[in-house]
Every structure is written in structure tokens, then in C-alpha cells.
Design a binder for this molecule. Structure first.
Ligand code: NAP
Length: 267
């Protein structure tokens, strides 16, 4: 039996175990997915221990995504983003990957969004925002990054390169006038009825994706629907980061519908 898991602190709320185990059940794979919650100073021991125990793969979540970068051999995308959310132990050395980026890209493209040549506005420049900015820019879109702390947006835009620009939140309504895609990667709306974007700046022809998945139907997404925009909820990014991790670890196409059903049953 192969063992996969999630390392983070806390991880009690995680929906990853049922999502991955639904995939194993669907494809008849003899594997289990469990959660691990090491104390923060013990993350290096935890990764080395997982390797020594023959654990096949680990997802990584808050607060360890940056720390793990130094504990594995990161691929170029994870290195550029500065965070690892997936470790593959199948080689001689554990390798680190970032499937949040591919997850965000696939969440958008699976909803018919053509990113190549698109104008995107990204609100938020924290952990999720970094992965999403690289995903959007690497797919050929320009990305205007707006953040409460403008310096953080500027630093991310410099890391992303020519396709990116940095702004404060007050610039968002103006930026949205010409935009095809809006992504919220702030924590605004998480567990609260609030939106980081004024409702009157949203319009038909825009696709709005929220990274927030608790609640699933955020104020931003409701405002977007009311304005005639298309919407993509935060469960899609969560789903596709898991799909990419599953495919990397097993080398098989993920049973996306089964994973989606298992995930949404718990949100
Ligand atoms: P993070 O690193 O702590 O970043 C938080 C971001 O939110 C920063 O840009 C911060 O701006 C901004 N922010 C916080 N409070 C704000 C406020 N009151 N007004 C305006 N901006 C505010 O968090 P994260 O890990 O990126 O997560 C962000 C959200 O994405 C969370 O809701 C998380 O659950 C979600 N997420 C979803 C997925 C998924 O797969 N769907 C994956 C990862 C994360 P400053 O820089 O100014 O502080």
C-alpha cells in the first residue's frame, strides 16, 4: 500500500484526504492519504522522516510551503514562486513542486477562459497570489497585481517580469474596465460576507475566480453573477491542485469527476 499525505499546521480542516481517497477508490489504487501536523520547528525532521519511512508523496500547506523549498530539490516553477505544495519522494532526492499554479490555471481554462493574450487583474499577493500570478503570466496573459500592501505587489510583479504590473487596491475599478479575468487571492470573504472589489466595477464579459472556498459562494461571486460576469468558485483551484499532485505522484490521469464530487460533498 502507498501512503500519501498532507503536512501542515493545522490540517484538521483539510478536504484533501477524501478527495485523494476518492481517486484511489475510483481507479482501484491501493493507497491511503493521511494528515500530519508537526510543530513548526520540526518540519525538516518531518520531511526527512517521511522520506525514510517510504511515504510516496506529501502535499504541503500553511505554514510550511516556503520552508520546504530548502528541504527538497524544487522544480523551476516552485523556485520562481518561492513555495512548494507537493513533494515527490519517488526519486533519489525528494523533489518539490507547486501545483497551486497549475490548479489555478486549470480552474480557469476548464471554465473556457482563454488566458493567452488576456488581461487579468489579480487582487492579493500572498501565498496564493504568488502562485496564481505566475500561472496567469506563464499562460500568456498580462497580470495587473493589486494588493493592500503595494510593496508586496511590486515585489511579486518584479519576480513575474514584464507581463506583470503592481497597483494598490484603489486602482482595481479602473483596471477592471479593460479586463477579461479577475482573480481574488486575498483572504477577504473567507468566513465573512465581504468583498475586496466594489460591486459596481464588475461587468459582463469578465470571468471572476475566487480562491476563497469557505464559504463557496462568496460575496464577490454573488456580485459578479449579478453584474452578468461568469464565475469560478474556489473549490475548482483546490480540486485541480489535487488533480495535478495525484497525476505527478501516480503518472495516471486523475478521475476528476470523482475527486470533485468528494471535495464538494465536504464544502
Ligand atoms: P496570505 O499569504 O496570508 O495572503 C493574504 C492576502 O490577503 C494578502 O495579499 C493580504 O494583503 C490580503 N489581505 C488580507 N486581509 C486583507 C484585507 N482586509 N483587505 C485587503 N487585503 C487583505 O494568504 P494565502 O495563503 O495567499 O490565502 C489567501 C486566500 O486564498 C485564503 O482565503 C485561502 O484560503 C485561499 N486559498 C485558496 C486556495 C485554493 O486552492 N482555492 C489555495 C490557497 C489559498 P497584504 O499583503 O496587504 O497583507
Amino acid at each position: 500500500m502507498d501512503v500519501y499525505g498532507l503536512v501542515g499546521n493545522p490540517v484538521g480542516h483539510s478536504r484533501s484526504p477524501p478527495m485523494h481517497e476518492a481517486a484511489y477508490d475510483e481507479l482501484g489504487i491501493d493507497a491511503r492519504y493521511v494528515t500530519f501536523e508537526p510543530a513548526e520547528p520540526n518540519i525538516a525532521d518531518a520531511v526527512a522522516g517521511a522520506d525514510a519511512l517510504g511515504i510516496a508523496g506529501l502535499n504541503v500547506t500553511v505554514p510550511f510551503k516556503r520552508d520546504v523549498l530548502d528541504l527538497v530539490e524544487p522544480d523551476p516553477l516552485a523556485e520562481r514562486i518561492g513555495a512548494v505544495n507537493t513533494i515527490d519522494f519517488s526519486g533519489d532526492t525528494p523533489t518539490g513542486h507547486n501545483t497551486d499554479a497549475g490548479g489555478a490555471r486549470r480552474a480557469l481554462t476548464s471554465h473556457g477562459v482563454a488566458l493567452d493574450g488576456a488581461n487579468a487583474v489579480l487582487v492579493g499577493a500572498g501565498g496564493a497570489g504568488r502562485a496564481i500570478a505566475f500561472a496567469i503570466a506563464d499562460a500568456g496573459a498580462s497580470v495587473a497585481i493589486a494588493n493592500r500592501t503595494v510593496e508586496t505587489a511590486a515585489s511579486l510583479a518584479a519576480d513575474v517580469g514584464d507581463a506583470a504590473s503592481a497597483h494598490g487596491l484603489d486602482a482595481v475599478p479602473g483596471l477592471l474596465a479593460d479586463a477579461d479575468v479577475l482573480v481574488n487571492a486575498t483572504s477577504v470573504g473567507m468566513g465573512e460576507d465581504a468583498s475586496p472589489v466594489p460591486a459596481n466595477a464588475l461587468h459582463a464579459g469578465l470571468t471572476v475566480m475566487d480562491a476563497v472556498y469557505s464559504p463557496l459562494d462568496t460575496r464577490l461571486l454573488r456580485d459578479a453573477r449579478d453584474a452578468g460576469a461568469d464565475t469560478v468558485d474556489g473549490a475548482w483551484m483546490l480540486l485541480y491542485q489535487g488533480v495535478e499532485a495525484f497525476e505527478r505522484w501516480t503518472g495516471r490521469d486523475a478521475p476528476v469527476d470523482a475527486m470533485n464530487a468528494a471535495l464538494r460533498a465536504r464544502l
